[in-house]
Design a protein around this ligand. Structure first.
Ligand code: ATP
Ligand code: MG
Length: 146
């Protein structure tokens, strides 16, 4: 069942709940078309873990690193990558070894995604925003209050 993300507050609540359940080496794969709300989710996720400064979109840098009070976090955007091999060449494999990883356009580096992973599919259609999620590994049994 898709969850409705009617306002930014809904995206914030989702991000807060998932941030509270995330641990080092977890991956949240953020799928969705241009403007579907992936970076917005990542910003609220970082905010929930205590980040108060700016969160630039990693579209051009591909990877941004954050040292948070209780975690380290990588925010990746694979939009400009064509394959997992290209990501490995760019040194991105290491991002999944420590810290939490948020990945936009994860389908471009599918072979690199870790097994403990939550797939989030954001969608924006006719002004209606939704997200559907599927957990893998220890994310299979997540509880969301929506
Ligand atoms: N739940 C929401 N309610 C209302 N507006 C939202 C919501 N989520 C995101 N937005 C708005 O949608 C716009 C695009 O969001 P965002 O940049 O997060 O998309 P994106 O999926 O990261 O896009 P891209 O693929 O270009 O990186 C922003 O202006 C953001 O404020
Ligand atoms: Mg984005």
């Amino acid at each position: 069942m898709p969850l409705l993300l009617k306002t930014l507050k809904d995206t914030q609540s989702l991000a807060q709940q998932l941030a509270a359940q995330s641990h080092a080496t977890d991956c949240l794969a953020l799928y969705g078309n241009l403007g579907a709300g992936k970076t917005t989710f990542a910003r609220y996720f970082l905010e929930a873990l205590g980040w108060t400064a700016e969160v630039p979109s990693p579209t051009f840098t591909i990877a941004q690193f954050y040292e948070l009070p209780t975690h380290t976090l990588w925010h990746l955007d694979a939009y400009r990558l064509k394959s997992a091999d290209e990501a490995i060449e760019a040194g991105l494999e290491d991002c999944f070894q420590n810290g939490i990883c948020l990945v936009e356009w994860p389908q471009n580096i599918a072979g690199l995604l870790p097994k403990n992973r939550l797939d989030l599919h954001f969608s924006l259609e006719e002004n209606s925003r939704t997200v559907e999620y599927t957990g893998h590994g220890h994310w299979q049994h997540i509880a969301l209050n929506f």
